[in-house]
Design a protein around this ligand. Structure first.
Ligand code: APR
Length: 270
C-alpha cells in the first residue's frame, strides 16, 4: 500500500493536468449510503432502485405529483443538507488549492465537494441544492421560489423565471440526459487530463463510466495515468483501463497521498 501511495503522489507532482472522478464511495464516511456496495441502498432495497428508475417518467407525466412527492416524501439518501465533508473530500480540495488538481467530476448530488472547498466541481448527476429548468436547462437556487407556499396554494410545479418552463430538481434521474454543459465540460476534462484519480465508484453507470475509457483511448502511448481508489476492484480494474487500484477507504488513503505530495511539493512547481 505504502508504495502505491508514493507512486500516486509522484504522479500527482509530475502531472500537468490532474483531475478526479468521484462516486458515492467518497461520501459513505460522511454517513451517506452508497448504492451497490455491501451496505448499498440498491443492494439492500432493490424495490427502491426500481422506483428510482421511474422518477423521470413520473416527472414527465405529472410534474405536480412529482413535486408533491419531493416535498412530502422521505429522501432515500437521508438528510443530505446536514451531511459534512470527510477527509477524502478535504484532501481533494487541498490538492486543488495546491493547483495540482484542476477539476472534480462527481456523480454525487450531495454538494460535499463544494462544502469541502473545491471550486471547480462538475456535478455530472446534478446537485440536490439546485433546481433546473426542463426546457432551457437554467439552474436556480430553490430558496427563490418559496416551494412550501406553492404547495399550500396548490400552485406546483414551480416555473422558470426565464422561459416559463417547468422546473425540476437539478438531480439527473435514470433515463434523463446529462445536461449538455456538464457533459461537454466533463468530456473536455477527460480528454485533456494526464492524470485521473477515480475515487469511490463502482464505475458501472454510463455515460459517466465512459470518461475513464475516453481518457485511456486518447492517451494510448501518451501516458495518461489512471489511478483507482476504491474498497474493491471495478470493471476499470478488470479491463485494465486503470493503471492500478489502491484498495481501501478514500477518507484514509487520499489524506495519506496529500501528505506524501506535501513532502516534496513547492509553490512554484505548477
Ligand atoms: N472508500 C472507498 N470505496 C468505497 C467506500 C469508501 N469509504 N465506500 C464505498 N466504496 C465503494 C463501494 O464498494 C463501491 O464499489 O464505492 C463504490 C460505490 O459504488 P456505487 O454504490 O455503485 O456508487 P456510484 O458508482 O457513485 O453510482 C453511480 O448510480 O445509482 C446511481 O445516480 C446514482 O450517481 C449514482 C450512480
Amino acid at each position: 500500500m505504502k508504495d502505491l501511495i508514493q507512486k500516486a503522489a509522484e504522479a500527482l507532482l509530475q502531472s500537468r493536468h490532474a483531475i478526479a472522478l468521484t462516486g458515492a464511495g467518497i461520501s459513505t464516511e460522511s454517513g451517506i449510503p452508497d448504492f451497490r456496495g455491501p451496505d448499498g441502498l440498491w443492494t439492500k432495497n432493490p424495490e427502491a432502485e426500481r422506483m428510482a428508475y421511474e422518477s423521470y417518467f413520473k416527472f414527465q407525466k405529472n410534474p405536480r405529483e412529482y413535486w408533491i412527492e419531493r416535498l412530502t416524501g422521505p429522501s432515500i439518501l437521508g438528510d443530505l443538507e446536514k451531511a459534512a465533508p470527510n477527509p477524502g473530500h478535504l484532501a481533494l480540495a487541498e490538492l486543488e488549492q495546491m493547483e495540482i488538481l484542476k477539476c472534480v467530476i462527481t456523480q454525487n448530488i450531495d454538494n460535499l465537494h463544494q462544502k469541502a472547498g473545491s471550486k471547480k466541481v462538475l456535478d455530472y448527476h446534478g446537485n440536490m441544492s439546485l433546481l433546473r429548468c426542463y426546457s432551457c436547462d437554467a439552474r436556480f437556487d430553490p430558496r427563490q421560489f418559496d416551494l412550501e407556499r406553492l404547495f399550500r396554494e396548490d400552485r406546483l410545479p414551480p416555473l422558470c423565471p426565464r422561459c416559463n418552463g417547468v422546473l425540476k430538481s437539478d438531480i439527473v434521474h435514470f433515463h434523463e440526459a446529462i445536461p449538455m454543459d456538464v457533459a461537454d465540460q466533463s468530456q473536455e476534462e477527460a480528454l485533456k487530463c494526464d492524470l485521473m484519480l477515480i475515487c469511490g465508484t463502482s464505475a458501472t453507470v454510463f455515460p459517466f463510466a465512459l470518461l475513464p475509457r475516453m481518457a485511456r483511448q486518447r492517451s494510448l502511448g501518451q501516458g495518461t495515468m489512471i489511478i483507482e481508489i476504491n474498497a474493491g476492484p471495478t470493471p476499470l480494474t478488470q479491463e485494465k483501463i486503470s493503471d492500478f487500484l489502491i484498495q481501501g477507504r478514500t477518507g484514509e488513503i487520499l489524506p495519506l497521498i496529500v501528505q506524501e505530495v506535501r513532502k516534496s511539493w513547492s509553490k512554484n512547481r505548477h
